[in-house]
Structure formats: C-alpha cells, structure tokens
Design a protein around this ligand. Sequence first.
Ligand code: BG6
Length: 493
Amino acid sequence: MVARVIAVDPFDLVVFGATGDLAARKLIPALYFRDVAGQIPPQARIIGASRRHLSGNEFRDLARGWLEQHVRPEEREDGKVARFLGRLGYVAVQADGDDGWNDLAGALADAPERVRVFYLATGPELFGPICAHIGRHGLASKAARVVVEKPIGKSLASATEVNDAIGAVFPEDHVYRIDHYLGKETVQNLMALRFANALFEPLWNNAHVDHVQITVAETLGVEGRAGYYDTAGALRDMVQNHMLQLLCLVAMEPPTSLEADAVRDEKLKVLKSLVPMTPDTVAERTVRGQYRAGASSGGPVKGYLDELGDTTSRTETFVALRAEIANWRWAGVPFYLRSGKRLASRVSEIVVAFRPIPHSVFQGAGPISPNRLVIRLQPNEGVKLWLMIKDPGPGGMRLQHVPLDMSFASVFAARNPDAYERLLMDVVRGNQTLFMRRDEVEAAWTWIDPILEAWAASTDGPKPYTSGTWGPSAAIALIERDGRTWHEDEEGE
Ligand code: BG6
C-alpha cells in the first residue's frame, strides 16, 4: 500500500530558531521528505530566521549538512536535495529586539494573502517577544498561524502567561501547539482501532478493562540537552504533554467527528476527570528516579549528575505513576504511566489489560492469562492482541498465551513518515485536530502542579537507578503492590 499525497496550498514558512537542534534534526528533514513526495508546491518558500548573521548560501550549506546527517544516503538524491535547498532562504532576525524584522517583512511582502506559518523552534521565553514583533510589524495576516513547541511553561501559572502572550497576537484557531506524539502513525491508529472497529468499544470500560499501562522508555540519556533538561525533568518533559495526551486518546469518549474541537473537547474532559493528587497520594502513587552510571546500548555510560557536572541536582530522569479517572467509564481502572531515560530498551507502548475470565473450564491446562491489547508506538510499530489458544497437537488440552500480531512494517510497504511531516502539512492545511488547545495544556498543568509541589516539598530526592535497567525498584513495587506487573515483550531495541 502506498501513502497518498494530499496537495497543499502555496505557503511561506518562517522557522525561528532555524540554526537550532530541532530544525536540524526534525524540521528540515521533514520538509525535505514532503518535497520529495511532491507535496510542497513550487511557489512555497521556507525562510530560516535566527540571530546568526548568515547568507542564504551559508544557511543552505548548513541545511545540506543536516540532511547528510539525518537522512539515509539511499533517500538523498543530489537532484532532489538541490531542488529542496533551492526553496530555502534566510533572514537574520533578533527575536527579542528590533533587528531584522523589516527584512523579514520585506521578504514576505509580495504574498500577503498566502498561508503564512511562523514556527517558533525556540525556547518558550521567546514565544511572547516573537509574537509581539510579528504583531507590531503587521505580519499576523489573515492566513497567518503560529506553531509552538513544548514546553509551554513550567507550571500552570507560567503556561498561562505564555498562552496570554501568544493569544495577544494570534486567535486560538491560529495557534498550533505541537505535541509530536500526536503525529505518530500508531497514535493515530489508536483512534482508528477504537472508532473504526465495532469490536473494542463495547469492552472499553471498567466492566472489562482491568488496567492500562503507558510506557515511553528511552535508552538515550539527556545527550547535549542537559541545560534544558535539568530545568524540566521527566514529569514536565514527557508526562505533562506526550503521556497525558496518550492517556486522553485511550480514555476519551468517542468524539462526534474528527473535527479539531470535537476531539479536543473529549480530551479536555478526560484531563478534567483525572483525580487530583494530594501530598499523600503523591507519596503513594508516584516514583521518581535519576540514572546512575551503568551500561546502555552496548557500552558503559555516565550517570546523570556526571553528565551535568552538578552533584546536587534533584531532577528526575524517570517517573512512574498511577493515575485515576473519575468518570463512569473508568472509575476503578488504574492507568499506570512510566517514562525514563537510560532504561533497558527503547520501547513506547500502550497496554490495555482486560479482566480475567470469570471461570475456567480448562482444569489442568495451565494458567489462563487475561487478554491484552498492546499498541506499539515504536520501534516495530504495530498492534498485538494477546489471546489464549490451544497448544497444537494431541496430548490433551494445554493452553498458551500468544499474540495476534499485526506489524505495520509487514502490512504496509510505505515508508513510515516522521510525525513532523504530517504535523507541518496539517498546519499548512489549517487542521488543528492533532494540536493541543490552550485549555488542554492548562488542564494538564493543573493536574501536574501538585505533584511538582509535593516533590519540591519532600526531603527525599529521586531514587537512583542504574543505567540500562527498568528504573528504581520502587517503580516495580508501585504496580506489584496492586497485584499487577509491567508488561514485558521481548521486542525493544
Ligand atoms: C521530546 C522530549 O519531546 O520527546 C525528549 O523533550 C524525548 O526528551 C523525546 O527524548 C522523545 O521523542 P521520540 O519521538 O524519540 O519518542
């Protein structure tokens, strides 16, 4: 099966922070792939903007280097690379000052009606100043929209400030808050699985589901990002956004359509139904950890504090928690979330664990494991439904737990596009379904804030764990205390 390419209107895309890590690793490669797919109209312009004084050619040389680093050689043809680079321009702009804004306005002046995207691949402290300049220079045209990356704030109060500053220039239906997890192929498959099949929905509730697990495990450490990461930590970096968004997609009611607000209204209800944490429940239901030296991806690695060069940091690189949703569908069904760096393998998955059968007729046939639906986001994207079946052959009835296995790589021949490819084109098309609305971001912070506050007030810091393991033993105890275990599949990386 081959992916369909849907045409988009000509657009001007201005990337602020154009010489940064996100542009290099994700945005420029994603735009290149969309260009190769024939989705970028010939009139489209992609303009890099940052404070560095570069000529257009110097920026294109940088971009060529990023493509060489982040796109496999067999996917890089000289002609196609040259054509793509030809679409790139550059303007030196001071995000929090006046320099360069007239040049940028000049570069956009000849197409005032065109879809205009401002992508702020910068720190959140620059979102407000950049938007203010965009407004002041009359660049927020009717077809203009702004894209912002997480983190949006560090708490409810700071997120509200950032959102106010953006909202002073752009109306909410022109604001695209990216959560790249929503652009992942399998995350959207979760919606297809739930709402395009009659099979699961009748079982998707507390009468049939015992619990849900969401794991996002990485083998990487904080790499070159220790400066940012140490001010964030795993709860802000992964849980407040990506993991709560995944939880919403699992738990939300069926929306009336895929129209942006229909989906976002349902996600918001889930966030508002999360049982708030108190200092006592934070102590019982959350575990935070910090990696120590160990082995990862086949070699020895340093501990977090060594990487950071600061022995006092209490920033967590791992978090596990038990969330509860207070509504009719989910009351009594725990949602266990865990995410961490330098864990034993790279695996992101959602596990819906069904209740055990009420009575077994198979005496002596071995234990009967409850059904599990495992939605694998990465690597080896796919869906597995674990069922009990009879062991083949004569010799009496013996039962086995085996997966009905749909690996997407073996079903679909198409390349699995990066989340940013889809999300960037959605912005150009004006489709906000996969972007977070302001009230969602703020509701997520409302739930996260008490956890951060209780941790800050506690005399205990994060529990150490050895790199290359599954985190502190308290995270295993968190789920085992409830008579359950973290799902294990042999397929991580
Ligand atoms: C980012 C976090 O949002 O997501 C990173 O800031 C994390 O710390 C990354 O590594 C994980 O994304 P992915 O797509 O590699 O699972």
